[in-house]
Design a protein around this ligand. Sequence first.
Ligand SMILES: [Mg+2]
Length: 240
Amino acid sequence: MDHSSPGPSLLFDFDSTLVQVEGADELFAETLANAPDRGGRLARFREITDQGMAGEIPYEQSLRLRVGLLRASRADVARVGEALVGELTPSVHRNRDWIVRNRSRIWIVSGGFHELIAPVATELGIAPARILAHRFRWSAEGFTVGVDPGTALARGGKPAAVREAGIPAPIWVIGDGATDLELREVGLATHFFAFVENRRRSAVVEAADGVLERLEDLPDPAFTHRHRSHSSPSPTQDKN
Ligand SMILES: [Mg+2]
């Protein structure tokens, strides 16, 4: 049975939120290990990532442009996915037990790839069915050749994925990008919290209902309870 605290459904972005980096950027870097002009190609790839996350170009366009540049093997994808477990955002790492305890109301909603997210989800106790993300299309030789058009993400972005997953209201979204904010703007989420521990995008922060410097800043009932129990009336126990 599940004994987690009651509270809102929590939708976490993945890249630059649960982990400190952008998974697709890491994968692209991995595939360029010995390539000439590696630095320039990497910079171009990251620039497209940033334009998509800041909302300067449509996210799906940014994704298609990047996947068009990518040729990763299954081994590359598996290796980078495992490496992302070592890139957990510090406050996520600190609160791993809280995430595991509350996993029955947590989903990961990402414009990245299921294959890259799965190892981190396992580390945080989150079931694969709760990862709403893109999937790669693979060639017969086992290389990425594009984005699987069959996922809800591919059909209609994060809003379609959240709608189809039947997530109970109220829904809070925690993320660093324009596609996270979009979930509140289309009315699927009641609150959007800009998570700025890794990246601070001013257009996203300005539109947010709250700004989280770290995960503990989330005004979630489970955290509120924990903070209350930590604020002792006795000054001798106050380490701050
Ligand atoms: Mg992100």
